[in-house]
Design a protein around this ligand. Sequence first.
Ligand code: HEC
Length: 124
Amino acid sequence: MSLVRQMLVLGALLPAMLLAGCEECPTFEACEGTDRDISDEDTHSDTDTEVDPGEEAYSGNCTGCHGADGISGYATDLPDVVPDLSESDLDDIITNGTGTMPAISMTADEQADVISYVIATFGG
Ligand code: HEC
């Protein structure tokens, strides 16, 4: 009688053990890869919608002297001057510096983005 019960218990445990082992099988890992792909897509679209590259370039290269709002830094208040400046004026100011402002070294893409951002934000 007790031997039969032991076999019954074993019969119940064995499928459970097999199922547990299956979580480490290649199929499960393949599913993990799919999850990772989906989360990469999400991260990418977040970047597209939430971070303006011009704003990012401004905060990385200009905020220290001009302030995040263009007026709270020690340097020239940007809303006072940007409406009178063209894209090529700004390009020249960033590339060569002006007065006591040093030349700012950035990639061509960053520079184009930051000029669009500065005109859109402080040019109005
Ligand atoms: C190290 C400090 C510093 C940084 C960084 C800096 N600036 Fe300036 N900026 C100044 C100073 C100082 C002046 C005033 C120059 C003067 O008239 O002598 C100035 C002036 C300006 C002017 C007005 C120029 C004019 O003709 O009156 C603009 C526009 C400008 N900065 C844009 C930027 C932008 C855009 C960035 C980022 C890409 C930037 N600055 C980064 C210090 C800085």
